[in-house]
Design a protein around this ligand. Structure first.
Ligand SMILES: [Zn+2]
Length: 334
């Protein structure tokens, strides 16, 4: 039986998995910081990360890791502080309204800090993030094909049963197009003849008041995530810098605190440039996180810290994912 199957079926007794992870982690050196990322948090099971699964994972993480704020983890890595247990920080991207109503109460119950990276230009807008809008339009359209100026050739829709897979394909094509994706969505909506529709309660982003309430909680740090979530490398450098700066300004105006932590939209290596990393350094950001998988160590570039998805639970699956990521990194170091 594959170890994975065995572990997946196992209850939350994750002692064995943690022993394996600690074994592999010895190669990474001390200190190491596991930075986890999620997005929205739902109340009920079945749709992404739910409060019940999150609570179980936080209980496990609190037993095994030194769970700190991202800022504290960054400082500990810089000072090479040695700790009895590995560091771990939680982060949530995009600024979903459910972070206030569903995530915060669970964090408070466990005394767990988290950083929330907010897409500042969408606050109060009732607009979806552009990839969600692409998914909605492709799910609803009656059009036979998608023909837009920013894609080299029309994309066939009729005869495609799996609209979600089609949307994923269009989103990935748009990520690589030299466009402002959030603006291109209007052309796509028109081409597909789908009416505008405000985001529903489950998918909407924070309002100003909700963001202020979140930011007031001592467990929460608000970080920058641009204005409209563009793939930064698809923009001229100056516009990419404006996206970062304007997002920071807007968050500062709303919360009264200047964000010092940044998350690259999409966050894969090709999604930002070396010049953008330098711009963040020059404008005084303390650290920036990617979505490249890995465990942060004292050797990591603080402006390109790797992260790992928190997943959807149960805790045993997360424990195994963290062990696997540790092993993968240890093998690279070998
Ligand atoms: Zn994002």
């Amino acid at each position: 039986m594959a170890i994975r199957t065995w572990l997946a079926g196992m209850a939350v007794d994750v002692g064995v998995v943690d022993t394996l992870r600690r074994h592999w982690a010895r190669r990474l050196g001390d200190p190491a910081a596991y930075i986890l990322f999620g997005h929205g948090v739902s109340r009920a099971r079945g749709k992404g990360l739910c409060v019940e699964a999150l609570a179980e994972m936080l209980e496990y993480l609190g037993r095994v890791f030194e769970v700190r704020s991202l800022q504290e983890c960054v400082e500990a890595l810089a000072r090479q502080t040695r700790l009895r247990r590995p560091l771990l920080a939680l982060t949530f991207d995009d600024g979903y309204a459910d972070n206030l109503y569903h995530l915060l109460p669970v964090l408070q119950a466990h005394g767990t800090p988290a950083t929330i990276f907010v897409t500042a230009g969408l606050i109060d807008s009732k607009q979806r993030l552009w990839p969600s809008e692409v998914r909605r339009c492709l799910a609803q359209t009656q059009a036979a094909e998608l023909r837009v100026s920013f894609l080299p050739e029309p994309v066939a829709i009729s005869g495609t049963d799996d609209r979600a897979a089609l949307a994923a394909k269009v989103v990935s094509l748009m990520k690589r197009a030299p466009i402002r994706q959030a603006e291109a969505v209007a052309e796509l909506r028109q081409a597909l003849d789908v009416a505008e529709e405000p985001a529903g309660e489950e998918e909407r982003l924070l309002t100003q008041e909700e963001l202020q309430e979140l930011a007031r909680d001592p467990l929460i740090t608000i970080g920058g995530h641009t204005m409209l979530h563009p793939v930064l490398s698809s923009l001229p450098h100056k516009e990419a810098c404006q996206e970062i700066e304007q997002g920071r300004q807007r968050l500062t105006e709303i919360t009264g605190q200047r964000p010092m932590l940044f998350a690259y939209p999409n966050g894969q290596p090709g999604d930002y440039t070396a010049e953008i990393v330098q711009f963040l350094r020059d404008t005084g950001w303390q650290a920036a996180v990617t979505t490249q998988a890995g465990v942060a160590t004292a050797a990591s570039d603080v402006m390109q810290l790797p992260r790992l998805p928190i997943g959807q639970g149960p805790a045993a699956r997360l424990a195994w994912a963290l062990a696997k990521a540790t092993r993968a990194q240890a093998n690279i170091l070998r």
